[in-house]
Write a protein that binds this ligand. Structure first.
Ligand SMILES: Nc1ncnc2c1ncn2[C@@H]1O[C@H](COP(=O)(O)OP(=O)(O)OP(=O)(O)O)[C@@H](O)[C@H]1O
Length: 252
């Protein structure tokens, strides 16, 4: 399988704190890769580096390469706005724009590309909401406020907003950890469907979730990549003892 994203000697410092240490790894296209590891091991920091979110943090220093296809997203000529359109992000807590309707939330990011006509916007809203299996639940109240949706519906709305701009990669930072078990299941089913079109990288604390949704798993500890590979192998016969101890619950 083709690699969509490749990290080469990625290092992230926050001031004197060396949070991510010389990480090199690949993320195959149209697959789900889970990033696991104990709290503070650098999972979110790696994820955020993949759409240049650390640009907004003055103390952050990122070195090494992150290739998106063949382009280094940290190259001097690379445009962060274009990168964030190609690499979308879904956060732990659903974060719809509170003053906006369901409809306007879905189309908000897409509108930044320039003016669009009503028919085009309607089409994008409908197809994005259908893709996240939310259309039937909201089609009669598209002009209603997004905050009136349940937490699980809000998270699916945020995923619809992310895919409306037609990204190639979707980063998810514990996307179901604030949700109830049924909403979590829906998000997991959705991830399974979305990988047909997108490359998905998900940070999760939930080991069962990593095992259920991902094709590949990467285990991090103290800012280092300890081991990565096919999820089946990582969860049954990992090469490193640290990985085995973590997935069997002996630490972390
Ligand atoms: N914006 C920031 N400013 C300063 N330090 C940060 C920032 N973000 C992360 N760090 C530091 O980087 C290290 C890794 O944090 P990170 O959030 O990536 O860990 P994590 O594995 O995702 O943890 P958790 O599972 O608890 O979310 C920690 O020492 C953290 O304090």
């Amino acid at each position: 399988m083709q690699n969509k994203v490749k990290l080469e000697q990625l290092n992230v410092h926050f001031g004197a704190n060396h949070a991510v240490k010389s990480v090199s790894m690949e993320f195959p296209e149209n697959s789900v890769t889970a990033i696991i590891g104990p709290s503070g091991c650098g999972k979110s920091t790696v994820l955020r580096a993949i759409n240049r979110m650390h640009d907004l943090v003055p103390s952050a220093q990122v070195t090494g390469k992150i290739l998106l296809d063949d382009t280094d997203i940290y190259d001097k000529g690379a445009d962060p706005v274009t990168i964030r359109r190609r690499v979308g992000m879904v956060f732990q807590k659903p974060n719809p724009f509170p003053a906006m309707s369901i409809y306007d939330n879905v189309i908000a990011g897409y509108k930044l590309n320039g003016r669009i006509n009503r028919a085009e916007a309607d089409g994008i809203v409908e197809s994005s909401l259908k893709r996240v299996a939310l259309w039937d639940e909201v089609k009669d109240r598209l002009r209603g406020n997004a905050m009136e949706l349940s937490g699980g519906q809000q998270q699916r709305l945020c995923i619809a907003r992310t895919i409306a701009v037609k990204p190639e990669v979707i980063l998810m930072d514990e996307p179901a950890s604030a949700l109830d078990p049924i909403s979590t299941l829906k998000i997991e089913e959705l991830i399974e469907e979305l990988k047909e079109k997108y490359t998905i990288i998900i940070v999760t604390h939930n080991m069962q979730q990593a095992a259920r949704v991902s094709d590949y798993t990467a285990f991090f500890y103290l800012g280092e990549l300890v081991e990565d590979g096919e999820t089946r192998k990582i969860f049954t016969t990992p090469d490193k003892k640290q990985t085995e101890d973590y997935i069997t619950g002996r630490f972390g």
